[in-house]
Design a protein around this ligand. Structure first.
Ligand code: CA
Length: 337
């Protein structure tokens, strides 16, 4: 059994054992209805001999489903004989959030992707982040973390790698994994990641990390599932881990290489109201172009307030919900490289 120095999360899974194990991490959670209770977090460990270790993760945000579908399918489909090395699959990383169909955990309002590097003495979400960061990531050679827009956003599916800008070797490995993944669009994120993101944990641990957004609207985008399932198999083959010929792995298609920069790529609502978008996902827009209009159904005499794009780009993300409050992101852009 692998345990970190501090984490109270424990498991019967043996990370060094050959074969396929599907089990649980146990996070002790003592509450009124269950004094000696655990939060059980599903985890699969598949090992066959020596080779790289790849961490495959979804459910970092509980309401992002395409990756979760792909990961549970891979747990059933992959056998030890198919691989060389080790694959660790965590399909519902923030399990309480995934079961609730929510971005954040109902137990502590914890947003796992704002909780890294975590805290062994924190509430469940921070304990999960700490376990991933201090136990799983250090034994891995690559890390895939599949996201989507969740309930509030919709995305044109793309893979995303977060450039360190400093560690050229790490950046090259991560970009190689992104190209092997072969999503229809691939985004290089040039802004330094918020230090609480999983991507920042990958940077600190010097493990190539591939994220990406594969759908949204609180639903399952079948194109996103197809992209993530095929892409994950291609990455495993690229790393020399998937050696089986049993899978019908299609070659990576042409990817549109794009970039995502800083605040000017994002558009936010200025007021509370009903947002009418003026563009669709995939539209090419110019700086100053209308992104949408905030209407005031409780004050219909008042003209709608126009909201404009701050730069040229392609609309890759838009808000799903109609109602907005000040500060809600209503769209964001990416630009061609
Ligand atoms: Ca997300």
């Amino acid at each position: 059994m692998i345990r970190s120095g501090e984490s109270t999360i424990w498991t019967e899974l043996d990370f060094d054992k050959a074969g396929k194990q599907v089990g649980r991490l146990h996070l002790p959670y003592s509450v009124t209805r269950s004094a000696y209770g655990n939060i059980d977090i599903p985890l699969a460990v598949i090992r066959n001999g020596d080779g790289p270790t790849v961490l495959l993760m979804s459910g970092n945000h509980g309401d992002e489903y395409e990756g979760q579908v792909t990961m549970v399918r891979l747990i059933r489909d992959l056998e030890a004989a198919d691989i060389k090395g080790r694959v660790i699959i965590m399909p519902a990383a923030n399990t309480p959030a995934a079961i609730a169909g929510a971005r954040v955990s109902p137990l502590d309002d914890g947003n796992l992707n704002r909780a890294f590097p975590g805290n062994a003495n924190g509430s469940p979400t921070w304990q999960i982040a700490h376990y991933i960061d201090s136990v799983l990531v250090p034994i891995c050679d690559a890390w895939l973390d599949l996201h989507s827009g969740g309930s509030s956003l919709d995305y044109l599916p793309f893979a995303a790698f977060y450039q360190t800008g400093e560690d050229k070797a790490l950046d090259a490995r991560a970009e190689g994994i992104m190209r092997a993944f072969g999503a229809p669009r691939s985004v290089r994120v040039t802004a330094a990641p918020d230090g609480r993101l999983a991507a920042a944990s990958g940077h600190r641990r010097k493990i190539p990390y591939l994220g990406g957004e594969y759908g949204g609207t609180g639903s399952v985008n079948p194109d996103g599932v197809s992209i993530t399932y095929g892409g994950t198999l291609r990455v495993l083959a690229h790393l020399g881990v998937l050696t089986s010929k049993r899978f019908d792995i299609k070659p990576a298609g042409e990817t549109r290489l794009m970039q995502l920069g800083g605040h000017d790529y994002y558009v936010h609502a200025p007021e509370t109201g009903l947002f009418e978008p003026a563009t669709r996902l995939g539209d090419t827009v110019k700086k100053g172009q209308l992104c949408g209009t905030v209407h005031f159904v409780d004050n219909p005499e008042r003209p709608g307030v126009p909201v404009t794009f701050k730069r040229d780009g392609v609309v890759v993300c838009k808000r799903h919900f109609g109602r907005v409050e000040p500060g809600d992101c209503v769209a964001h852009l990416a630009t061609d490289i």
